[in-house]
Design a protein around this ligand. Sequence first.
Ligand code: NAD
Ligand code: 6OD
Length: 486
Amino acid sequence: MHTTQHFINGQFVPSTSGKTFEKRSPLDNSLMGLVAEGGQAEVDAAVAAAKAARHGDWGSMPTDKRVAMLHAVADGITARFDDFVAAEEADTGQPHHVIAHAFVPRGAANFKVFADIVKNVPAESFVMDTPDGAGALNYAIRKPKGVIGVISPWNAPFLLMTWKVGPALACGNTVVVKPSEETPATATLLGEVMNAVGVPAGVYNVVHGFGPDAVGEQITRHDDVDAITFTGETRTGTAIMKAAADGIRDVSFELGGKNAGIVFADCDFDAAVEGIFRSAFMNTGQVCLGTERVYVQRPIFDRFVAALKARCEAVKYGRPSDAGSNYGPLISQEHKRKVLSYYAKAMAEGATLVTGGGVPDMPAALAQGAWVQPTIWTNLPETASVVREEIFGPCCHIRPFDSEDEVVVLANANRYGLSTTIWTENLKCAHRMAAAVEVGITWVNSWFLRDLRTPFGGSKQSGIGREGGVHSLEFYTDMRNVCIKL
Ligand code: NAD
Ligand code: 6OD
């Protein structure tokens, strides 16, 4: 049986303890293979390798050469595109078009874009007056922060991991990555690309294992990890922030969301139905930016609910390789139990079930997989748990609204503030809404359209800091000022 190994100091290695854990397929719960389960020994070895590389070949490499090497990494990913797609499909069970068009190409882009930004970013400078009239020149220089701990989730594993590793390496740091225990494959495969293009040993390290009281926490507590970038649940962010406080390490957090989709009566109706459908159900609803609360203006409410119901009932369940399949399973049995518990809670709280609400009838070969139906509810109060809490599944509650002021209050009445998608043909209304909704990212007549130069992150309990474009440099570099008396 295949065992996925750690990637430490340029080598694929097992755990010194010999421990492994099982990776099961979300499609049918079959055993896909084993994964090396790291511990303190692997974290220490990976951090030591990253620290040595930071002060060695990688640290002394001229920017031009580093930039060229990261372009080569991007090209290496593209050259092995089918391998990355196959690995991600096997780990997540998601449809081929989602992985091949939305997720894996971003892996290559995450290296290219940040290499180019680092090469082209200007430095800040100020000339100041001095009493002798000669003045002084201030200029800022950016230095890598050091060893960055990258802790990533399972929902878009390759996109989300490289979204951190790309800018971290472009800025001259080295990394120790802890991918989710559910999705170890693509982070490991990237080690092969790093070696193939000649990235020095120790620059990119991967340690597999679990989070609390395990390698995740050990990375966040390690004295030689200089900063931590994390994507995942808000309550995990709280634990990591506490760990980072010992040692005053910087954190960048992309956390949970309970995002509102807002549909005005003047919208392009078909585009809005398709946009809200994608935002609520793509990747089986496992997208932090996804919509779990939909507010639709009253004149089109009934028609909209009926159209979204029809769209949900037309999904084609299946393996990524099945022709025509466009809807996959949840990531795991554990996540299926969580999502189904919310499906039960919605009914207990008095929801009207529009569609779904359970487990689909699957052919025998897939019956043990983590399948759940796309689900829509109406008629719940805003206090209901499925309207307040992040479920991270293929489901949404739809509520009618009358006025712009009313829907702003509804959208903002939540502890999260990650994103919103607004559908209207009225540009003035779109601008007013974008200013009023308390989120890091607003999409108008679109969703998940990503320009990597823009600031990305969450407001309120959806995150700390912004990454993307030059904003990534704020986190991945230490900016220093030099003052020269003229
Ligand atoms: P999670 O928080 O359970 O796990 C994320 C990672 O953290 C995993 O690698 C896990 O092993 C590790 N981890 C868990 N506890 C830890 C600890 N105490 N110390 C160190 N590491 C620890 O999240 P998940 O279930 O993998 O992902 C789903 C969540 O991620 C959802 O809440 C979703 O909204 C969020 N998410 C947010 C964004 C964003 O951009 N804001 C993007 C994707 C996912
Ligand atoms: O597009 C990105 O950069 C990003 N971080 C997407 C997050 C998706 C969440 O599931």
